[in-house]
Design a binder for this molecule. Structure first.
Ligand code: PEP
Ligand code: MN
Length: 341
C-alpha cells in the first residue's frame, strides 16, 4: 500500500509509521518531497491483516490517504483520487474550468524576441509563456538553446508581462538552477523515461508538464508520472504531443484519443501540444479546437513573430495574430464543453 502523509508531516510522524510497518513485518520506502511525504509499504501478509493495518494507518491524523496497490500506477490513478487535480500556477488554476493556454516560441532566441512574443501572446489571450532555453535537438549540430542566458531572458519576459513561464529541463542537476526562472518544468518526449530526472523533479515544488514519450503507451506514460508523485510532487500535468506511427505527412500522429483515455484512468490534467503533434502550422488551429472539444485541460502552442526565421521548429510555429484568432474561435467550443478561455 501507499501512504500519503498530510502536508507538513514531521520526521517524528514519519518515524511512527515506519515503526508501525516494521512491527507488522513491512518495509517502508520513504520519499520525502517538499510538498508531500509518500511511504510505500512493502510486505507480504494475509489480506485481512493488510486491511486492518490500512485502517489503523488511515486513522492517524497526519495521514492524508492510504492507497492499496492494485494498479501499477497508484497515486496517478483515479482509484486514489476520484476528483480532478487542480493547482495554481500564478493566477491560472490548472485543471479547473479555466483552460490553460501556454504559448511562446519553441526556443528563446534573444531578449527582444522572448519579451516581444510574451507581450503578443498575452494580448492574444494566452495565460502562460513557453520558451525553451535548453533544447533537446535530434542533431548535435542544431541550435542547442541559449541555456542559462535564455533563462534570464525568460525571467525578464515574465516580469514584463506577469505570465508564468514553462521551460524544459534536460538535466537532473539543473533543478536547483530552475528555481526563480521556471514556473512549470517541462519534461520532453525524449526524457519521459529518464527516471533520474523524474525522481529529481519529484523532490521539488515546481509543477511539472510531463510530455508523452513519442513511442510510449498510455500506461508507460502514467507510470512515468507516478515517479514524480511518488517522490512528493503532486502538481503534474500530462502532455500529449504526438506519437510515432507509419504516417510521414505529419511530424507525429497527435493521439487525441489519449484525452478520454487519461480522463478515464487518472485525475491529472491533460494538455495538448498541437505544434509538435503535427509539425505543420496549418494544422494547429484545427487540432487545438478538436483537443478542447474532446475535454483537454489546455494547450501548449508554439508562437513566433517570424515563424520562418525561427531557430528551431520553424514549420510548426504560428504567428501571434493566428493565436489571437485561434483563441477567439475556441471560445464557443470551450463554452460548449463547460470551460472558459
Ligand atoms: C518542445 O516543446 O519544443 C519540444 C522539444 O517538445 P517535445 O519534447 O514534445 O518534442
Ligand atoms: Mn519545439
Amino acid at each position: 500500500m501507499i501512504i500519503v502523509l498530510a502536508t507538513g508531516a514531521t520526521d517524528e510522524q514519519v518515524e511512527i509509521i515506519r515503526r508501525k510497518l516494521d512491527d507488522k513485518g513491512y518495509s517502508a520506502h520513504i520519499s520525502r518531497g517538499i510538498e508531500k511525504t509518500v511511504i510505500g509499504a512493502i510486505g507480504i501478509t494475509k489480506p485481512e491483516d493488510k486491511e486492518l493495518l490500512a485502517d489503523q494507518v488511515r486513522a492517524l491524523p497526519f495521514v492524508e490517504r492510504v492507497v492499496p496497490i492494485v494498479k501499477p500506477y497508484k497515486l496517478v490513478s483515479k482509484e486514489s483520487q476520484p476528483g480532478p487535480t487542480t493547482f495554481h500556477v500564478g493566477e491560472v488554476c490548472v485543471g479547473s474550468e479555466q483552460l490553460t493556454v501556454m504559448a511562446g516560441p519553441c526556443s528563446v532566441e534573444s531578449r527582444e524576441q522572448i519579451i516581444g512574443v510574451a507581450e503578443m501572446v498575452k494580448r492574444a489571450g494566452a495565460n502562460m509563456l513557453r520558451g525553451g532555453a535548453f533544447k533537446p535537438r535530434t542533431s548535435p549540430y542544431d541550435f542547442q538553446g541559449l541555456q542559462e542566458e535564455g533563462l534570464g531572458y525568460l525571467k525578464e519576459a515574465r516580469e514584463a508581462t506577469g505570465l508564468p513561464t514553462v521551460t524544459e529541463i534536460l538535466d537532473p542537476r539543473d533543478v536547483e538552477l530552475m528555481h526563480g526562472y521556471a514556473d512549470v518544468l517541462q519534461i520532453g518526449t525524449r526524457n519521459m523515461q529518464n527516471y533520474t530526472l523524474l525522481k529529481e523533479v519529484g523532490t521539488c515544488r515546481i509543477p511539472v508538464l510531463l510530455k508523452r514519450g513519442m513511442s510510449a503507451t498510455i500506461e508507460e506514460w502514467l507510470k512515468a508520472a507516478e515517479y514524480i508523485l511518488a517522490n512528493g510532487n503532486h502538481h503534474v500535468m500530462l502532455c500529449e504531443r504526438g506519437i510515432r506511427t507509419f504516417e510521414t505527412y505529419t511530424r507525429n500522429t497527435l493521439d487525441l484519443s489519449a484525452i478520454p483515455a487519461v480522463k478515464g484512468l487518472s485525475h491529472l490534467p491533460i494538455i495538448i501540444d498541437p505544434s509538435q503533434g503535427t509539425g505543420r502550422r496549418e494544422m494547429v488551429m484545427a487540432m487545438s479546437k478538436a483537443a478542447i472539444a474532446a475535454g483537454a485541460d489546455g494547450l501548449i502552442i508554439e508562437v513566433h513573430p517570424k515563424p520562418d526565421e525561427a531557430m528551431s521548429d520553424a514549420q510548426q510555429q504560428i504567428e501571434p495574430g493566428t493565436l489571437r484568432q485561434l483563441i477567439e474561435e475556441l471560445r464557443p467550443i470551450a463554452a460548449a464543453v463547460g470551460r472558459v478561455i
